[in-house]
Design a binder for this molecule. Structure first.
Ligand code: MTE
Ligand code: QUE
Ligand code: MOS
Length: 769
């Protein structure tokens, strides 16, 4: 039994000893060139001329390239309108413009510094407000409508009309965008990339070089973190390396520096959401009219899908009968913003969670009470603004449990008493939720395929479209396969993800990497198991058998009583058994296939894009968090004193890995709403472009008291072995810290307003309002 066990992450030892191979750890190949990129010096305008003379004089510089050196320069996951290299119009500051190839990194670094790019400077747009004024949108979503929002607003006891803003976020993966491109025979290309989406990387490289897809293979062993930042945006950098490899017929390595990576690549979308909400005297929401705006940056990237997911999550965990939700993606002169853990969900949900704090202030109740009142019910009040019925909603019970285990009522009276002392510090407390929809909202992406090969010593190699970025997807698939064959996990090895083994794969994203790819792997195992079951059934009956065709076609009965347990294949009826390894040898000698390939698609998704109604999600992953913070009123410094998290992860495949995902996601979410702040100059230069100026949470920022618990939930038949997806959902629980800060501010000022991120500076300003 390896399901539900805490077996170690398959790279844990490699990661802590430094033996794991990331892209730049790959040994140099004979003749390899080093590749770098120079970005545009203005945020808007036109490219006039590139002066390469000084760079060319540097010994070791072998080539300098611009857009015209690419066969095809346009890319984009949804809309193919983004240049790989600037051709004419400049979309944002530091947009990749010139590619340099050199014999050594030293020569490359020198050359990158002396390339001169001449531009005609245009007038940039940097804010959502400016873009709204110009009505410059890259996408306008079909609104979600339920009930009669205008009427409900009119008749509401209370109404609030305001806006909420949240900032962007740098992914801060430890491995920057990185590619090694190796030219093969006849113009074929082998790409090793740090990419969440090898298939898209394959396609973008092929387009850029004018090659058919079958001439390009993209392989991903692992990433040093992705968090959404390598879903679309790994591809153009792979294309730059591949271009150099193709030009010189030499291997080419492109490793972005941290600063270049931070300045050239997109981040989480900042949002500004305008809304009007109606609610009763008790604080029950009756109507919500919300207009969501995101800063998409210069190009479309994944912005439309991200906006849709924000709209899908504006309800957070609360039932609202009458809604009108709109969404627009603003075109600005920022880096093209992209996927980031939660994919718009956090930007929607935090708007609602902050709003609940405001409603509680108006009706004079504890926000936790208002949350309880508005929470989705189990059998009533369970219809979302997009018409999906929530089944098996565990949130009401989870609320009871977390309020009692955190001793919320006692904490509230302690906070009241502490704040009454006015000792220069003020505390705040909040409960908040996550109810994250699992499935790609772009239906076609909910598919995957897997290849499972059983070797003659009984060990297994498996390949799927899932990419490992630290989240443990390989370990989970390893467990599912080991369980299927009844063999130890160490006998199963997940192979590097590669487009020559698994084709047309979806990005490892939307938290569904494990759901989709372990399901496909399990189906592939079942095919091999079926052949072995027939083989042994015949063998134990003394029947003859010859080859794979006979085995697969000529038997129809139920063979479930032949089971795979403890490295043996056992007929539970007759008690006959054979060691797994011997069965494998027997199968081989009888010419029976020991390889399995399978295709999986998520069933029962039915969202009508025109009506904006239906089953957008396969199921929901739920969670609740209680956080308590303390603020120094003289400096604005904030500390998280306590966080308690309760998650619904179904029956976790690996509770230890999932615990890591929950803690990591929460801390990352907390960073987004507190310290992480993107600062730009008035010209659009990202000033916070390195670890010295961009602050992610460190160990001192984690909650002093931190408890993560799971509920028992055996009901989820929608995913492998009744597990649930975990990667993104707990990110949204970071909102509990934001709400606790709002709560604290509310003790000292008439209003509790603050926008996200609630940095120490902003807290100090809010306290002096
Ligand atoms: N965990 C680690 N350690 N590193 C990552 O880059 N990415 C997150 C999450 N957890 C990430 C991570 C994101 S954005 C997603 S969508 C999921 O992992 C993807 O993996 P999964 O679908 O296999 O859960
Ligand atoms: C969640 C996601 C993604 C998503 C939808 C989600 C995602 C993603 C896409 C997407 C959409 C359209 C495309 C495409 C990808 O949609 O990561 O190639 O044409 O890439 O709800 O995480
Ligand atoms: Mo995750 S943002 O879906 O890569």
């Amino acid at each position: 039994m390896s399901i539900g066990k805490n077996i170690a992450h398959d790279s844990s030892i490699g990661h802590v000893t430094g033996k794991s191979i990331f892209i730049d750890d790959r040994a140099a190949i004979q003749g390899e060139l080093q590749v770098g990129v120079v970005g545009a010096p203005v945020a808007a305008g036109r490219l006039k001329q590139v002066n390469t003379r000084r760079a060319e004089l540097i010994p070791g510089v072998v080539g300098i390239f611009t857009a015209k050196d690419l066969h095809h320069n346009q890319w984009g996951t949804i809309i193919k309108h983004q240049p790989i290299l600037v051709e004419d119009k400049i979309g944002y500051m530091h947009e990749p413009t010139v590619v340099v190839a050199a014999e050594t990194r030293e020569a490359l670094t020198k050359a990158l510094r002396v390339i001169e790019i001449e531009c005609e400077e245009g007038k940039p747009v940097f804010t959502i407000d400016e873009a709204i004024a110009k009505e410059d949108f890259l996408y306008e979503a079909t609104p979600f409508v339920q009930g009669d929002v205008e009427q409900a607003l009119k008749t509401a006891d209370h109404r609030l009309k305001q806006s909420f803003e949240c900032g962007g976020q740098e992914h801060f993966y430890l491995e920057s965008q990185a590619t090694v491109a190796i030219p093969l025979e006849n113009g074929q290309m082998e790409i090793h990339s740090s990419s969440q989406h090898p298939t898209e990387t394959q396609h973008v490289v092929a387009h850029a070089l004018g090659l058919p897809y079958h001439y390009v293979t993209c392989t991903v062993k692992r990433m040093g973190g992705g968090f959404g930042g390598k879903e679309s945006q790994a591809a153009p950098f792979a294309a730059m390396a591949a271009m150099v490899a193709a030009k010189f017929n030499r291997p080419a390595r492109l490793i972005l520096s941290k600063d270049d990576d931070m300045q050239m690549t997109g981040k989480r979308h900042p949002f500004k959401n305008f809304y009007e909400v109606g609610f009763t005297k008790e604080g029950m929401i009756t109507a919500l009219k919300a207009d969501l705006y995101s800063d998409a940056g210069a190009y479309a990237d994944l912005s439309s899908s991200i906006m849709e997911r924000a709209m899908f999550h504006i309800d957070s965990a609360y039932y609202v009968e009458n809604v009108l939700i709109t969404g627009r993606c603003c075109k600005t002169n920022h880096h093209s913003n992209t996927a980031f853990r939660g994919f718009g969900g956090p930007q929607g949900a935090i708007t609602m969670e902050a709003l609940i704090e405001d409603i509680a202030k108006v009706v004079g109740k504890d926000p936790a009470e208002v949350r309880r009142l508005n929470l989705y019910g189990k059998d009533v009040r369970n219809r979302t603004p997009y018409g999906q019925i929530i089944d098996h909603n565990p949130l009401p019970e989870m609320t009871d449990r977390i309020l009692s285990e955190s001793e919320y009522a006692r904490l509230r009276s302690e906070v009241d008493a502490f704040n009454a002392k006015k000792c220069g510090k003020v505390r705040g407390l909040a409960l908040s939720y996550t109810k994250f929809g699992i499935a790609f909202t772009a239906k076609f992406l909910n598919q995957g395929n897997a290849l499972v090969n059983v070797h003659l010593d009984g060990t297994v190699q498996a390949s799927t479209g899932a990419t490992e970025m630290g989240q443990g997807v390989n370990t989970k698939i390893q467990q599912v396969i080991a369980h299927a064959f009844g063999i130890p996990p160490k006998d199963v090895q997940l192979m590097p993800t590669s487009t020559d083994k698994n084709h047309n794969t979806s990005p490892t994203a939307a938290s569904s990497g494990s759901d989709i790819n372990s399901a496909a792997a399990l189906m592939a195992c079942d095919k091999i198991k079926r052949r072995l079951q027939i083989l042994l059934h015949k063998f134990w009956n003394g029947e003859t058998f010859d080859d794979v065709k006979e085995i697969e076609l000529d038997f129809e009965g139920d063979l479930d009583h032949i089971e795979f347990i403890d490295e043996k294949i056992i007929d539970t009826k007759t008690k006959k058994e054979l060691p797994f390894k011997e069965a494998i040898t027997m199968a081989y000698l009888n010419r029976i296939s020991l390889g399995g390939y399978a295709f999986f698609k998520t069933e029962n998704l039915g969202f009508d894009k025109k009506k904006c109604e239906g089953r957008a999600f396969n199921y929901f992953t739920n969670g609740a968090a209680v956080s308590m913070v303390e603020i120094d009123e003289y400096t604005g410094e904030m500390k998280v004193l306590m966080t308690r998290i309760l998650m619904d992860l179904g029956r976790p495949l690996n509770p230890g890995i999932d615990r890591g995902q929950v803690t990591g996601a929460f801390i990352q979410g907390m960073g987004w709403v507190t310290h992480e702040s993107l600062v730009y100059s008035d010209k659009g230069v990202l000033l916070s472009h390195s670890p010295t100026t961009y602050k992610i949470p460190n160990i001192q920022d984690t909650p002093r008291e931190f408890v993560v618990d799971f509920i028992e939930n055996n009901e989820n038949k929608q995913a492998v072995h009744r597990s649930k997806a975990v990667g993104e959902p707990p990110f949204l629980l970071g909102g509990a810290v934001f709400c606790a800060i709002k709560d604290a501010i509310g003790y000292r000022t008439a209003n509790n307003k603050i926008s996200s991120p609630a940095t120490n500076e902003r807290i100090l300003m809010a306290l002096s309002e």
